[in-house]
Design a protein. Structure first.
Length: 272
């Protein structure tokens, strides 16, 4: 598990070790027109919000987008398809919208936004399992807090705490889950934002996790190694069933009725 694995294999392990309702999504930057033309993903005639394309990929639909396809220019700026503009950099845009108390707060948030420092022609968005010829740059998982917790625990197993979580509930999928993750080479969590919840129709129970693809091996390794100490019996059984169905094993026995918190908590009704 510590050797490099391809996107399709990593997706299979994520499906086994997490209870995902949506497919993990891979995002790959297409740096020039040649990269765009060589991508086997379907293009689009009209426009679509980037976060909606991510939602569609989480449901099994692949796509590639160039600047002319972006319905949300904030996402295009964040991902490096167009330059940021002065009204955004100054904080005036969001201050005028009333989402922050004043332009000083808005300016501070604008300065802290981490946009891609490159200029690219396009972006490919597809289910992680569909990446065969290339690996993606970023993995986005839209899921529930429990699965997000397990990913954080997996990261902590080998690398310690996530110390640089950045979120403001704004530009959630494009910035918090993509450009920040790409530029900093770090996992990030996102509560999503009102805009993406509207256009992509995520449920109120869902949140986002952005992962640099090159870290997915360590995440899967951490998920495997923490099955026994972290998971409850119900989830251990689900994992064991999925392992059997996939013809895989963890190279150790799954232990029931045992985890790190077994016997730690005493009920207030317990006899002393």
């Amino acid at each position: 598990m510590r050797t490099r694995i391809k996107a399709g294999e990593s997706d299979e392990w994520l499906e086994i070790l997490l209870e995902l309702k949506r497919k993990a999504v891979g995002v790959r930057f297409l740096f020039d027109r040649n990269d765009y033309e060589k991508s086997s993903s379907a293009g689009r005639n009209g426009t679509v919000p980037y976060c909606t394309a991510v939602r569609n990929a989480s449901e099994g639909k692949s796509i590639k987008l160039h600047l002319g396809n972006f319905a949300c220019l904030a996402a295009a700026r964040g991902l490096g398809l167009m330059e940021n503009d002065e009204i955004s950099r100054s904080g005036k845009r969001h201050s005028d919208m009333g989402v922050y108390e004043n332009v000083l707060v808005s300016r501070n948030i604008a300065k802290d936004m981490v946009y891609c420092g490159h200029f690219v022609y396009g972006v490919e968005i597809r289910p992680l399992e569909d990446y065969k010829e290339h690996n993606p740059d970023i993995i986005i998982i839209i899921t529930n807090p429990y699965n997000a917790m397990r990913i954080v625990q997996a990261h902590a197993y080998t690398k310690g705490q996530l110390k640089n979580i950045k979120m403001a509930g704004m530009q959630a999928v494009c910035q918090e889950c993509t450009s920040y993750v790409y530029e900093r080479n770090e996992i990030n969590l996102s509560m999503l934002c009102s805009g993406t919840r509207c256009v992509a129709q995520w449920s109120k129970e869902e949140m986002g996790v952005g992962i640099p693809f090159q870290q997915i091996n360590d995440i899967i390794y951490g998920l495997v190694q923490t099955v026994n100490p972290m998971e409850n019996n119900h989830d251990k059984k689900l994992i064991q069933e999925k392992l059997k169905s996939a013809g895989k094993d963890l190279e150790f026995e799954i232990e029931y009725n045992k985890n790190y918190y077994t016997g730690v908590f005493v009920s207030s009704n317990s006899k002393k």
